[in-house]
Ligand binder design. Sequence first.
Ligand code: ADP
Ligand code: MG
Length: 178
Amino acid sequence: MKELSLHILDIAGNSTAADAALVEITVTEAAAANRLTITVKDDGRGMSAEFLAKVRDPFTTTRTTRGVGLGIPLFERAAVSCGGGLDVTSAEGGGTTVTAWFEYDHIDRQPLGDMPSTLTTLISGNPRVDFVYRHSTDGGAFTLDTRQIKGILGDAPIDTPEVIQWLGGYIAEGLGTL
Ligand SMILES: Nc1ncnc2c1ncn2[C@@H]1O[C@H](COP(=O)(O)OP(=O)(O)O)[C@@H](O)[C@H]1O
Ligand SMILES: [Mg+2]
């Protein structure tokens, strides 16, 4: 994958597939400390200790559409190749947290990519799931919480083309100020 946002899409897709009600995505660009950290935390069904022990291995999957599970191994490989690593914590019934960290200025570090598209894809594809996106740099922070957006929308659905387009612009504008 060429962009970290595509890894985020895959990892957050694991969360929605695990019936999460809330998915919290955090991107921390600590440039001065030379570290980029990405966390995807969910309250989905989680994994057994036995499954967790092998989840970083390619081919570990519960999906039936294709017999290879590569989302987590590929994300780990991207992180390790940039002087970082990946950690998964999970408990059956207790949700899952995936954390990946990278050397910020590593030559092989993929760019973050298109987070507005990644987030609007997740939100429009999973309108009943709530997402919190927190993005911070050394200069500032941006937060999007779909629970707040839904509160403002009232009875209007979040997954209409108009709202999704507005959200994409809102996120792009917010990230543009960081
Ligand atoms: N957030 C999560 N909650 C529960 N199970 C998960 C989560 N993330 C991954 N898994 C489990 O680990 C498996 C491997 O995930 P992944 O490496 O992304 O490959 P894939 O999604 O293609 O199966 C999934 O099939 C699923 O069983
Ligand atoms: Mg996956």
